[in-house]
Design a protein around this ligand. Structure first.
Ligand SMILES: *Cc1c(COP(=O)(O)O)cnc(C)c1O
Length: 429
C-alpha cells in the first residue's frame, strides 16, 4: 500500500496556502489620488524642470534614498532598464568585457550586450551561490571594465573581496539587488555595496508596483548619466551643457506617477515583510534539520538575507534518489498557493539555466546576422562554470513557501511533506 501521494497515497494537505498579497487600501487610495489629479506622468524629454519627472516619482526617489542611506535614487520602469542605464552610465564600450554571474535573470548579462560589450561568466560560490571572487579574478583581462554582481536569492554578494578586486583593477561594480531589498552586509544595505545598485519592483519581488525599478548610487556624475539615459539623453545633453557624449543615447525608461505612488506605500511595508520571511526560513530550517540529505543556504557572516527564495542543497547519494524524484514527491504532498495557482506548488529544482547556455550565447548571435558583439575567440561551452552547472542540474532546489502570511501551521505542513517523503523514500527509489 502506497503511503506517498505521488504513488496514490493521501496528501499531507489539499487546502491552498494563503496568497502573498501586499497591496491594500493604502495603495488604492494613493493611485486614486493620482487619477484624480489627472497627471499620470509629468516627464518631459528635454532640459526642463520636468525632465526629472512628476511629484510622486520625486517623492519616491527621496524616500528610497533616505531608507537605503544613499545619495541618489533614480526611478525607472524596470530593473532591466535600470541595469541598461547602469552599464551605459559606466561608460562600457563595444569590445569591453563585463564579468557577470551566470546564475541570475537574463538581463544582468544582456545589459552588457546592449552596449556592444562581451559578457564573461565567472562561477558561483558552492554555499552562497553569488559570484565567486576567485573565479572573478581568474576572468579579468585588460579589456575588463565592470563586474555585475548579483545578490542572488536575497543574499548579499561577497562585497569585501569583490570590491577589493575591483579597486585593484579599476573596475566598476554594478550590483543587481533585484532579489535583495532590505538585505544587509556589515550594516550596509544590499544595493549600496557596489558603485551602482539596481532594485526591481516587478510582481514577483518582495515589494512591487506593477513594473518598476530603482537605481541607487552615491556618485553625482553617474547619477546625471543615469537620469539622462532614462529620458532621451541625446536630445537633452546639448541644452543641459553636458560635455561627455559617451553612451548618451537615451531611452524612455520612465516610471509613471501611479507606479511611484504604489511603490512609496510598498516601501513602508518592506522591513516587516523581510523580517517575517527570515523568521519563517529559520523555523523551517529547524524543522528540517533532521533530514541529513538537505543543506540550508549558508548565511554570509554579518549578513541579513532577504530570502527572495529559500534555496537548499540536496545530496542524492545520501538519499539514494535523484533530486527531481524527491522534489516531485514532496510537491505531490502539498497544495498550490492562492493567487499563484498557475505556477503549481512553489518548489522547484535549480533556478534558471546558467545564462551562457541560452541560444544567444550558444549561437553567438545578438544583433543582425553576424556574431556582434561576440569576438571570434569567445565561446560559451558547457562546463564553463562547473559549480553553477552542478548546482543547477544536480544539487539545488528552492521554494517560496516562506512568504508571509504563511503561519506556523502552514510551515508545519511543508515540513511534514519533506519528512514523509524522506521516511518513505524506498517507495520512490
Ligand atoms: C527580477 C530580476 C531582474 C529583472 O527585473 P525587472 O524589474 O523585471 O526588469 C533582474 N535581475 C534579477 C536578479 C531579478 O531577479
Amino acid at each position: 500500500m502506497a503511503k506517498l501521494a505521488i504513488n496514490g497515497g493521501t496528501k499531507i494537505r489539499t487546502t491552498p496556502f494563503p496568497a502573498y498579497k501586499t497591496v491594500g487600501e493604502e495603495e488604492k487610495r494613493a493611485v486614486m489620488e493620482v487619477l484624480d489629479s489627472g497627471v499620470l506622468s509629468r516627464y518631459l524629454g528635454c532640459w526642463h524642470d520636468d525632465f526629472l519627472g512628476g511629484p510622486r516619482v520625486r517623492a519616491l526617489e527621496e524616500e528610497w534614498a533616505d531608507y537605503f542611506n544613499v545619495k541618489h535614487a533614480i526611478a525607472v520602469n524596470s530593473c532591466t532598464s535600470g541595469l541598461y542605464c547602469a552599464i551605459g552610465a559606466s561608460g562600457i564600450s563595444p569590445g569591453d568585457e563585463v564579468i557577470v554571474s551566470p546564475y541570475t535573470m537574463s538581463a544582468s548579462a544582456t545589459a552588457a550586450v546592449v552596449y556592444g560589450a562581451v559578457p564573461v561568466f565567472a562561477d558561483v560560490e558552492e554555499d552562497c551561490f553569488c559570484l565567486d571572487p576567485d573565479s572573478v579574478e581568474e576572468r579579468i583581462t585588460d579589456r575588463t571594465k565592470a563586474i555585475v554582481v548579483v545578490d542572488i536569492f536575497g543574499q548579499p554578494y561577497d562585497a569585501q573581496r569583490i570590491n577589493a578586486i575591483a579597486r585593484k583593477h579599476g573596475l566598476t561594480v554594478i550590483e543587481d539587488c533585484a532579489q535583495a531589498p532590505d538585505a544587509k552586509l556589515d550594516g550596509r544595505f544590499a544595493g549600496t555595496l557596489g558603485d551602482i545598485g539596481v532594485f526591481s519592483l516587478n510582481y514577483h519581488k518582495h515589494i512591487h508596483c506593477g513594473e518598476g525599478g530603482i537605481i541607487v548610487t552615491d556618485d553625482d556624475t553617474l547619477a546625471d548619466k543615469l537620469r539622462l539615459i532614462r529620458n532621451h539623453a541625446e536630445s537633452v545633453v546639448g541644452d543641459m551643457g553636458f560635455e561627455d557624449l559617451t553612451n548618451m543615447v537615451g531611452f524612455n525608461y520612465r516610471m509613471t506617477e501611479m507606479e511611484a505612488a504604489v511603490a512609496s506605500c510598498q516601501l513602508r511595508k518592506l522591513h516587516k515583510l523581510v523580517d517575517e520571511r527570515i523568521s519563517n526560513c529559520e523555523y523551517l530550517e529547524d524543522a528540517l534539520a533532521d533530514i541529513p540529505a538537505l543543506t540550508p543556504p549558508r548565511k554570509r557572516e554579518n549578513a541579513r538575507h532577504a530570502y527572495y527564495t529559500h534555496a537548499f542543497k540536496f545530496d542524492e547519494n545520501m538519499a539514494g534518489i535523484p533530486r527531481e524524484r524527491f522534489i516531485e514527491a514532496v510537491k505531490a504532498e502539498l497544495p498550490v498557493t492562492t493567487m499563484r495557482e498557475g505556477e503549481g506548488v512553489l518548489i522547484g529544482c535549480g533556478y534558471v539555466k546558467p545564462l551562457y547556455l541560452l541560444p544567444m550565447y550558444q549561437k553567438r548571435r545578438a544583433f543582425g546576422k553576424g556574431s556582434y558583439p561576440f569576438p571570434d575567440n569567445r565561446t560559451y561551452p558547457k562546463g564553463l562554470c562547473p559549480v553553477v552547472e552542478r548546482m543547477h542540474f544536480k544539487e539545488l532546489f528552492s521554494h517560496e513557501m516562506m512568504r508571509p502570511p504563511m503561519s506556523r501551521g502552514d510551515l508545519d505542513d511543508v515540513a511534514a511533506a519533506f519528512h514523509k517523503v524522506w521516511r518513505h523514500r524506498d517507495e520512490i527509489r
